[in-house]
Design a protein around this ligand. Structure first.
Ligand code: ADE
Ligand code: ZN
Length: 343
């Protein structure tokens, strides 16, 4: 028999649903649901090594970042046309909207596409058209972040920044993702500086599987504006104090952490501890098609396992807008909307 969710927890989950939220850590390629993967494979006549949706779900039994990334890169091979990127992005935006996500800052991995012959312009055009449509149709705001794949060279990242030149006014930031260990932030210091000189904000995955030292490098050598994951910062007391003092936003991804065994049990998840330590933590879905759910599913898992109260949920929602790249005026309006929803 399925365990009952206690009534006060279900109220908190409903409260989390009602709160306006921003999502700051979502890889658009990680929102590719198996059903869409099959539809696109057929539409584009791309062979995939799965016979059914169930087959795909069974393959999602990874236990570390490398295993996940293998499947993630294989999955994105079905994305070939502008329409594919549009459909993918629209599907995510509709899901996010259902969870009352009002603003999304979306990662994409151009090198995952250009590396297999899909032009940069094809990927970004399809994504941008969906972002514009969701703004026009349901008032959802968004920003786009181009990530460099850290297992590739810095030279490759520079080439990608050059390809992005005609699109810079439609990008808010660059990020850094893919295999962390062995590819420290230091490897990308110069290309991040070049991105900053072009007016872009800077974010990076760090302290996900890599040590606290990688978080320090992201702060000191990349001068990031926001830290993706950052869980392993908790191993270093002085680093926690520094992150809290700077009010650095951490984009935490609870279901991802569970699925990739950053924690063995959601009850051991550090989200509540992060808030209590004064860290500006946020909740995000990372790769929702692969890790078991979108924004509200992540809140739900955290609420059910941890001792979060309504004040914590409000703080998480507020942090998500304060940590976003919206204007100060837009942030104020969203924080006011949170207070109204909470009243
Ligand atoms: N690419 C997509 N999701 C990622 C994650 N959580 N970490 C590193 N690279 C990624
Ligand atoms: Zn990520």
């Amino acid at each position: 028999m399925k365990a009952q969710v206690p009534i006060d927890k279900s109220r908190l989950i409903e409260f989390a649903r009602r709160l306006p939220k921003a999502e700051l850590h979502i890889h658009i390629e990680g929102s590719l649901e198996p059903e869409l993967m099959f539809a696109l494979a057929e539409r584009n006549r791309v062979a995939i090594p799965f016979r059914s949706v169930e087959d795909v779900r069974a393959a999602y039994a990874f236990s570390n970042l490398e295993d996940f990334l293998d499947i993630y890169y294989q999955g994105m091979s079905v994305l070939r046309t502008e329409e594919d990127f549009f459909d993918l992005t629209m599907a995510y935006l509709n899901r996010a909207r259902a969870d009352n996500v009002r603003h999304a800052e979306i990662f994409f991995d151009p090198q995952g596409h250009t590396g297999r012959g899909v032009p940069f312009g094809v990927a970004i055009s399809g994504i941008l058209t969906a972002l514009q449509l969701s703004r026009a149709q349901f008032g959802m705001t968004s920003r786009l972040i181009m990530c460099f794949l850290r297992h590739l060279s810095e030279e490759d990242a520079f080439a990608t920044l050059k390809e992005a030149e005609p699109w810079l006014d439609r990008l808010v930031a660059v990020g850094l993702d893919s295999s962390e260990v062995g590819h420290p932030p230091a490897k990308f210091a110069r290309v991040f500086r070049a991105a900053r000189e072009r007016g872009l904000k800077l974010v990076a995955h760090a302290g996900e599987e890599g040590p606290p030292e990688y978080v320090r490098e992201a702060l000191d050598l990349l001068a990031i504006d926001r830290l993706d994951h950052g869980n392993r910062s908790l191993e270093d007391v002085a680093l926690v104090a520094r992150l809290a003092e700077a009010q650095m936003t951490l984009t935490v991804c609870p279901l991802y952490n569970l699925k990739l065994r950053v924690v063995n049990d959601m009850r051991a998840h550090p989200l509540k501890r992060m808030l209590d330590l004064g860290l500006r933590a946020t909740v995000n879905s990372d790769d929702p098609a692969y890790f078991g759910g979108y924004m509200l599913a992540n809140f739900k898992a955290a609420i059910e396992a941890l001792d979060l109260d309504a004040g914590d949920l409000r703080a998480l929602a507020r942090n998500s807008f304060l940590g976003s790249f919206l204007s100060e005026g837009e942030k104020r309006a969203q924080v006011a909307a949170i207070e109204q929803a909470a009243a």
